[in-house]
Design a protein around this ligand. Structure first.
Ligand SMILES: *[C@@H]1O[C@H](CO)[C@@H](O)[C@H](O)[C@H]1NC(C)=O
Length: 234
């Protein structure tokens, strides 16, 4: 009697274990998070916790994904096209084992522009939290890509409205040399001029980083001084 009771308990436990296991594997949805962890401007370490918080929130809310458990895996893109492609292809090759259903990120345009094409070819959703490149608005090429930020060029009308609101007539534009900032600056310039605003100063600069030399810092300071003197006048 005692023996048969034990046997039943053991068999029951095994059944429950294997049933849970099967359900768990089937219902796990994984997102592959692509982060610029070790870039020249490493955003990853300061924002990565958002992924764990969001996933905990979603899993805790029965009305969001009631039948699934969400989890994530992540890799460093280094904000670099080559390493970014390496990371997303790595995730793609593990998609069956890891149950990867889509990607969050990347955050850098150079990675979005190529990784977004791969995601389209794979028919995988990819949602960037940081890419602002205009190319990504081409929905034929990037038909599985969405982003929670817009292209910076769409901020131009805001610049014009601010100038008009305060009745400012002159403005200087100092823009980092990156393609996306240059494009933004050009768009802003065209729209400001069309709005009757004078632009006596328009300059590009190489953005800074942690290990700038004294000479580079002095150059930046010099640009800012010239901007002030030119735009404010005497
Ligand atoms: C759960 O998600 C729904 C839909 O987004 C939201 O309205 C609700 O406030 C969330 N509940 C909690 C407890 O966060």
């Amino acid at each position: 009697m005692a023996c048969s009771a034990t046997c039943i308990v053991v068999v029951g436990a095994l059944l429950i274990t294997s049933a849970c296991y099967a359900v768990e594997e089937q219902d796990v949805l994984t997102v592959g998070v692509l982060l610029p962890w070790s870039a020249t401007r490493p955003l990853g370490p300061s924002i990565a916790s958002a992924a764990t918080i969001a996933i905990d929130d979603i899993n805790a809310n029965a009305s969001l994904l009631p039948d699934n458990t969400l989890r994530f895996v992540w890799l460093d893109t280094q904000c670099d096209e080559k390493m970014g492609l390496h990371a997303i292809v790595n995730m793609w090759s593990r998609r069956h084992a890891d149950h990867i259903r889509g990607f969050i990120g990347p955050g850098c345009d150079v990675v979005c522009e190529t990784a977004g094409l791969l995601a389209s070819a794979w028919n995988m959703p990819i949602v960037s939290w940081g890419c602002t490149s205009n190319h990504l608005s081409d929905k034929d090429a990037y038909n599985t890509l969405a982003r929670v930020v817009g292209p910076f060029t769409s901020v131009a009308p805001i610049g014009v409205a601010v100038m008009h609101r305060w009745r400012w007539k002159r403005v200087g534009i100092l823009a980092a040399a990156d393609v996306s900032w240059q494009l933004t600056a050009e768009t802003l310039k065209v729209q400001l001029i069309a709005g009757g605003i004078d632009i006596p100063f328009f300059q590009r600069f190489e953005h800074g980083h942690k290990h700038m030399t004294k000479l580079q810092k002095a150059r930046h300071l010099n640009i800012v001084r010239r901007a002030k003197d030119t735009v404010r006048g005497a």
